[in-house]
Design a protein around this ligand. Sequence first.
Ligand SMILES: [Zn+2]
Length: 398
Amino acid sequence: MTEKLYENNVLLKNCSCTVLACQEKEGRYLVELDRTVFFPEGGGQLSDRGTLGGVSVEYVYEADGRIFHVCGQPLPAGSTVEAALDWQVRLDRMQQHLGEHLLSYACWKLFGANNVGFHMSEDLVAIDLDKELTAEELLQAELLTNEIIWDNRPVTINYLDSEEAAKLPMRKFNSKLKGLLRIVAVEGADCCTCCGTHPPYTGMVGLVKVIRSDKHKQGIRVEFACGRRALLDADSKNSVLLQTAAELSVKPVQVYDGVMRLKEDMAQLRETVKNKTLQLLRQELQQAAGQALRKTDGTPIIKMVTDDSKHIKPLLTLAGGYTDSLSVIFAVQRERLAYAVAAGHDLQADCRVYIKVLNEVFNGRGGGKVDCTQGGADFCADWQERLQQALQAMQKLQ
Ligand SMILES: [Zn+2]
């Protein structure tokens, strides 16, 4: 049985201990000690990390009442080693964990919203509430949480029999729990059963910042950050905000308006470019129509070459204006060729016959309806010669 030093003194960063056993498992070594400062993963709180006799402790877990320290190297049973916590990791765990207690308390106290789920990983902390709160209500809960932190109230651990514990004003209590229970109480605020590590004073949490909330089941999921994480989160967002504000030449608080203005400008520009492109394509098609080839029966074949397959659709619409002609539209892009054949509605032509010629000449694929077909092929350097060849074949079609 390992003595859990973290249960009575969460500020203990080191201890001298004896290795009781060390077993190899899947290339790692599971070390058991007579006593430990390492909190094993549990109750939603992540495991501590650190070193044992200089050997890295990657993960700690409890199973069947035994605490296993997962190490990269073996430690001889019977040896005395120094256990040292990675304090930054432990402090982070405690800040997120007690921050979660306090934010849950504030949501419950102010609005009757219960914490029904807790999620904690290296880069996310979130609680699930069983009712929806507005953004304004969440801000109020955030403020109360931080006021309790700034009060620097004591956090006490007591062991009470379940019947005694049930009489306390607890935020949540599982009446099925029996025997001696570990009660964590924040003076004048949260009180609940918990096995995790908590700072002795709320001030150590530093800050709780709600980051976002999203609808989740009947309530919401609230993502937040505490302590150092909250600071780093604010730092990175502030940096992005300042850079963006500088790019927009506005104050940070004006960034949203600045982006909205840019979006409007962009939409107007897109519209202008679209209209100008259409105008240009119309002129080019007109020019191409003036130089149309002729089939043996006299039907004009308009050849239109462009450098963007996005032009094909508007060109097909414009080609509809040439009711007695066949239009062959060809888009040449770096890796891909795209083409279309359209027949004016005064013609009796079947465009599928014409696209077949293009497919054969370019080893491409394509098809469509009688009056309009589209296809494409891989780029080839001799596309001009091949197109010429295809057009000559089309001229001869009956
Ligand atoms: Zn706790």
